[in-house]
Design a protein around this ligand. Sequence first.
Ligand SMILES: [Zn+2]
Length: 398
Amino acid sequence: MHPMVKPALRRAWRSLRCVQFGITPAHAVVVSPVDPGTGELLALLDGTRGTELLRAEARARGLPDGHLEALLGRLAAAGLLADASNGRPGKPGSGAGSGAAAGAAAGAGAGATVRDPLRADLASLSVVHSEPDRAVRTLAARRALRVQVRGAGRVGAMVAALLSAAGVGTVEVLDSGRVEPWETAPGGLPAEAVGERRATAARRVVRRWARGGTRAGPTGGATGQGDGRGSPGLSLVVVTPRDGLGAYVPDPVPAGPWITTGTPHLYAGVLEATGTVGPLVLPGGTACACCLQEELTDREPVRPRLLAQWRSGAPHPLPACDLALATAVAGLATAHALAFLDGDLPASTGARWEVSLPLLEWRAERLRPHPDCPCGAARGGEGERASAAGSAQDTMAG
Ligand SMILES: [Zn+2]
């Protein structure tokens, strides 16, 4: 082991005996008291020294036997410890069998591969997760994941690109028709894709951003055709319909197979200058599209009549979609998706975040499972939510 204090967190002394790692309240940690000898030892924990050498350094400073181990224990308990040897390709037990993952460990410090494009992401994961090797394992696990993005408009194409760029191994994109000029966006479908099949264009974007062996679908490319059913092996479905109505008022019919197969799915979209991220549906654990529809009908009995009119006829020929709003929605939706895929339950779990132009104040609405919905979430409660989170982690580990 080459112990080091996570380099992603800035270090500042609050007093002679009290040191703060990190700045923002979400992840900052204060370590106190720190005597001068320990302070000197702290400065040596940069991942360049093995434990034997560090023990010798501690002895040279007159620190008693066991002092180093006690310090490492304190740092580990505070979530501040990382192992630089994890980031060295070829090291046994690094858990990073792939070159990309091993190189990606660069973000953690000494064994760094400075050209790794996911180095900053790894550093971010090291801030989020307290276990010393969790960041490396998490990034490596993303390569085994398979995510389906349904809808390749501004939001969907960008979500697919971001997931691919973030190291998700397989990103499938389902859509039909051809790219319209107003669907292009920086980070999404490029201008030269206008007139091309949406699925083909999205596949190229996914491939372009693939990191070290990322695949763009089971057939070597983002799939353009889908049977609409939840297929086994999917870690997550991201529902990003080009007409944001399908995200704002999720349709229970296409969601049916995802509920049956227990496939987690996340809705995101832009509808008439309002952007939404969520809900993330954990089947049987949190409110689903059908729960939502039942709940809204209870609240507003005229709802089914409105819905029938909104959904009737051909899709809206030109859905309103602000470029910057679509980009924000795509970015946030992808962050929620990644948090879930990495084993956490983000704030969109059973809730929807909504933002409208021009004031852009994000607000959240918790969505209650409906007792009449066959998905059973109303009877499941927190226990099932927790088990659904567990299955996400199982997927990650597999
Ligand atoms: Zn339901």
